[in-house]
Design a protein around this ligand. Structure first.
Ligand SMILES: CC(C)(COP(=O)(O)OP(=O)(O)OC[C@H]1O[C@@H](n2cnc3c(N)ncnc32)[C@H](O)[C@@H]1OP(=O)(O)O)[C@@H](O)C(=O)NCCC(=O)NCCS
Length: 183
């Protein structure tokens, strides 16, 4: 079995474990605005977080790898490579999409750029990906800044791409090729 542990200057990343569920639930629940621009709502019951954990195990590692991020031994967030696809028909794709969120107590300290850069490096080198894509709700400026710091190329605006709470949101789409990734 491949080792998915990653150490960076300040962080330790390992694949999500069932024992992380209470802490993920606590962080996600205490910050109702955290998932404002994400595909989920704050969990009301721990079983929702457990269901999320179980969903991460089904596709691991062929289609998705989800890491828990630790700073000074404390759980601070999640970063993932999802929708890993090797082929589309006879076409080679070798691509994935990066996703992430961080406990707001730790925002603004460069933690996610550091974690995401390490995951991009892992994806290109250890998972042999060719391309990683990213997107954010157009209103999500902190996420835009993270994606730009990582060197992604802006592809374009996807008009009214996601519906949340009865409203359609534009999305900004980015891509990064292995050959253009700078550690
Ligand atoms: C996006 C996110 C992961 C950024 O992580 P981070 O470790 O704080 O990233 P950075 O420290 O590089 O900060 C990113 C930018 O946001 C700014 N920022 C940080 N906290 C902020 C806040 N509370 N309000 C507004 N801007 C904020 C920072 O100043 C920084 O801008 P700068 O590069 O000009 O200094 C984090 O904001 C987050 O978890 N957001 C909620 C979940 C989410 O939206 N995920 C992405 C979905 S696409």
């Amino acid at each position: 079995m491949q080792n998915f542990e990653i150490r960076t200057e300040q962080l330790f990343l390992r694949t999500i474990e069932k024992s992380d569920v209470p802490e993920i639930f606590r962080v996600a629940r205490k910050n109702p605005d955290l998932p404002k621009f994400m595909s989920w709502n704050p969990p009301e019951q721990i079983k929702e977080t457990l269901t999320f954990f179980e969903s991460t195990q089904k596709d691991f590692p062929e289609k998705s790898v989800v890491w828990s991020i630790f700073f000074e031994e404390k759980f601070v967030g999640i970063v993932s490579l999802e929708k890993i696809e090797r082929k589309y028909g006879v076409l080679q794709t070798d691509r994935a999409e990066i996703g992430y969120w961080l406990d707001p107590e730790f925002h603004g300290n460069g933690i996610m750029p550091e974690a995401a850069r390490a995951v991009l490096s892992f994806g290109f080198e250890n998972l042999d990906l060719h391309k990683i894509i990213a997107h954010h709700f157009s209103e999500n400026i902190p996420s835009k800044k993270v994606i730009e710091k990582l060197g992604f190329r802006f592809v374009g605006t996807l008009e009214k791409d996601f519906g949340k709470n009865g409203r359609w949101h534009d999305a900004k789409l980015y891509e990064l090729l292995k050959k253009n990734f700078k550690k």
